[in-house]
Design a protein around this ligand. Structure first.
Ligand code: PLP
Length: 220
């Protein structure tokens, strides 16, 4: 199927839900991104700063760029002028760095705390206690140029749908708990970023608001 056909079948699955599609365009050419853009999608996700930096000036300015991969503090300055959302925040230090560069650019940058929900060792992310410690800290209140708008998680890379569903349920539960406890000028839980090509259908059923889909957009 074409990119346009793949996208329309994914959008059909989202119909009637609160979820939006983040088109994950990592490793794809600018021509392919333009094809995605032509279908009307505007939220593009990249996992590497350098790659996003190269592509961003070549796409129209109404693209909303989301960083979904691990972010090193020393790279924040490159994306701060234009990034819409950072899904992969995993420390207070990183939030402080994002805040600093957002301020320099006179912007407020939306951030998600990435939570470790998988059983695998290698995935990045915070434990529930670490996320809670960030939200409860005094420091966070001083960060006026970031806004924490929710959580992100990646399920285990497994074909076991029951396990994946359980991991998404735990992220949704955590989100509900934290959003009741932590509210403020710069904390406003409304997004749950979960679901990729292999598991977005389950993620939508479990309350995802942002699915991050890459390979399923480009498969033929
Ligand atoms: C690559 C990637 C995706 C998309 O994965 P697909 O299986 O290609 O849909 C989603 N989230 C993150 C963090 C990724 O790095």
């Amino acid at each position: 199927m074409s990119i346009a056909q793949n996208i329309s079948s994914i959008l059909a699955a989202l119909k009637g839900t609160a979820a939006k599609l983040v088109a994950v365009t990592k490793t794809r050419s600018v021509d392919e991104l333009q094809e995605v853009y032509a279908t009307g999608l505007r939220i593009f996700g990249e996992n590497r700063v350098q790659e996003m930096q190269e592509k961003q000036p070549q796409l129209p300015t109404d693209v909303q760029w989301h960083l979904i991969g691990h972010l090193q503090s020393n790279k924040v300055k490159y994306i701060a002028p234009y990034i819409t959302m950072i899904h992969s925040v995993d420390s207070l230090d990183l939030l402080q760095e994002i805040n600093k560069h957002a301020k320099k650019n006179n912007r407020i940058i939306s951030c998600l705390l990435q939570i470790f929900i998988a059983t695998e060792e290698t995935k990045f992310g915070l434990s529930e206690a670490e996320a809670e410690a960030i939200l409860a800290s005094e420091d966070i209140k001083t960060l006026e140029n970031i806004k924490i708008v929710g959580l992100m998680g990646m399920a285990s890379n497994t074909s076991n749908a029951t396990q994946i569903r359980g991991e998404f349920k735990s992220l949704k539960n955590l989100s509900d708990n934290l959003s009741n406890t932590y509210k403020g000028e710069n904390i406003d839980f409304k997004e749950i970023s979960m679901g990729m090509s292999g598991d977005y259908a389950i993620a939508i059923e479990e309350g995802s608001t942002l699915i991050r889909v890459g390979s399923a957009l480009f498969s033929d």
